[in-house]
Design a binder for this molecule. Structure first.
Ligand SMILES: Nc1ncnc2c1ncn2[C@@H]1O[C@H](COP(=O)(O)OP(=O)(O)OP(=O)(O)O)[C@@H](O)[C@H]1O
Ligand SMILES: [Mg+2]
Length: 422
């Protein structure tokens, strides 16, 4: 009997937790068979600050996805973000061993280990060691050196590291929800699998995932990762600005942003008025729609200015002729692409995963529904990317799992302890 391979992606966002269950066919095609979304309350700027609330929301999202898929899952590929994430490029070099001087898996593992020797504080750990290119006897640009002949093997890597505490709190939240962690994956890396084309990655492109609490950035050049970064600002900051500026509850601010907001106030008719709830939560008042957009525009401008600054500091702006691809919930704001293009002076498009066709229809999440639209696919980019990552690298992911092992072992010990007792 053929074994079904099931891959689960768990996007633990600041606004929502999204679980996707997919089935991988023999020809490695992914079919999404379950989807669950739950509002998230235990995170701030992409970091778990309340394990209980986070694990409850994870449980709820997973249960919804399991119900739809008609199966139970026991582990998931989990996304990580937050401004504790730092990344650096590092170089490794080793001599090729063996009589025939043919590069083997053990040589590749050793050169990646050599590249991993980077300054790391006691509070940090490595999340990814991503090979950008291999160099065999001075010959550059090699993507897969296995089986090649040579005496000297070098690698250029992109290393992603993060705070051990933040990683452990994320893993604990998943374990408490009754799931094991297959792997921890940097969210923008996951999203890139879902929305970027191979041509864009080859030419040079920056993916900008604007969520609720963070804006995640990843730059590809010549098919490899050149830069990653997580900025602590997102769509929730826009909603808070509106709540303060319009003196209205945050939930009302959020609704008005989605229904009437624009990133370019100049496009709005100065005479058009909208009705918003007063801060008391009882009376309604009329305001100019243009005023709402005048509150939104500076914050969105700030987001894209920060992206521009990050790209400039990393020396990455000239590496991205394919421009910016925006994804994530906050990228759906009207005129966001136009504003972004003006600020960064590059072409900009919206990126969304193609896998979730049909699934938007079944998800009930009115928060994201604008003027009767379906749930937009851009909010699934990270979750779809996580299952793509799991399907492609699940068997031999190049990821350090110190925290995962520590916490898994800790919980297994507690489980054993309990089972001995009862
Ligand atoms: N149609 C829309 N127009 C404008 N903003 C929107 C729209 N739909 C969603 N948003 C905003 O997108 C944000 C949530 O996006 P998303 O679901 O990608 O975040 P998240 O993954 O939970 O958070 P993060 O990745 O930052 O941890 C919220 O601020 C929400 O207001
Ligand atoms: Mg997100």
């Amino acid at each position: 009997m053929k074994r079904r391979r099931i891959v689960t992606g768990l996007d633990i966002g600041t606004t929502k937790i999204c679980a996707l269950i997919a089935e991988l066919s023999a020809n490695r095609q992914l079919e999404i068979i379950g989807i669950g979304i739950a509002p998230s309350h235990g995170l701030r700027k992409g970091i778990v600050v309340d394990i209980d609330k986070t694990s409850h929301a994870i449980k709820s999202a997973i249960q919804k996805a399991e119900m739809m898929a008609g199966i139970k899952v026991d582990s998931a590929f989990v996304g990580i973000a937050g401004s504790h994430i730092k990344s650096i490029n590092s170089h490794g070099v080793v001599a090729v061993t063996g009589e025939e001087k043919e590069i083997k898996k053990s040589d590749v593992d050793r050169v990646l280990d050599a590249a991993k020797i980077i300054p790391l504080s006691t509070e940090e750990e490595i999340i990814h060691v991503l090979a950008r290119e291999y160099i065999v006897d001075g010959c550059q640009g090699i993507k897969d050196p296995l089986g090649m002949s040579g005496v000297r093997l070098e690698v250029e890597t992109h290393i992603v590291k993060g705070s051990s505490t933040s990683i452990q709190n994320l893993v604990k939240s998943v374990l408490r929800a009754g799931l094991n962690v297959d792997d921890i994956v940097l969210e923008p890396l996951a999203s890139s699998f879902a929305v970027l084309s191979e041509d864009e990655k080859e030419l040079g492109v920056a993916l900008v995932d604007i969520g609720g609490g963070t804006t995640d950035l990843i730059v590809f050049h010549e098919g490899s990762i050149a830069f990653t970064s997580v900025l602590p600002v997102g769509g929730n900051h826009v909603s808070n600005d509106i709540a303060v500026g319009l003196r209205t509850p945050v939930s009302e601010a959020e609704k008005n942003k989605i229904l009437y907001g624009s990133a370019l106030a100049e496009k709005i008719d100065p005479k058009e008025k909208i009705e918003v709830l007063a801060a008391s939560g009882r009376d309604r008042k009329k305001i100019h729609r243009k005023y709402l957009c005048q509150v939104i525009e500076p914050r969105m401008h700030e987001v894209f200015s920060l992206v521009k600054k990050e790209l400039a500091e990393a020396g990455a702006k000239d590496l991205t002729p394919a421009g910016l691809v925006l994804t994530g919930g906050a990228s759906l704001l009207d005129d966001a692409t136009e504003l972004a293009s003006g600020v960064v002076d590059l072409p900009v498009r919206i990126g969304e995963p193609s896998y979730v066709s049909g699934l938007s229809d079944v998800v009930e999440n009115p928060v994201y529904i604008k003027r009767g639209d379906k749930v937009p696919k851009a909010i699934f980019s990270t979750a779809v990317g996580l299952i793509e990552y799991g399907a492609n690298f699940g068997d031999n992911a190049q990821v350090e799992n110190k925290s995962k092992d520590i916490v898994n072992n800790f919980f297994n010990r507690i489980k054993e302890w309990f089972s001995e007792f009862f």
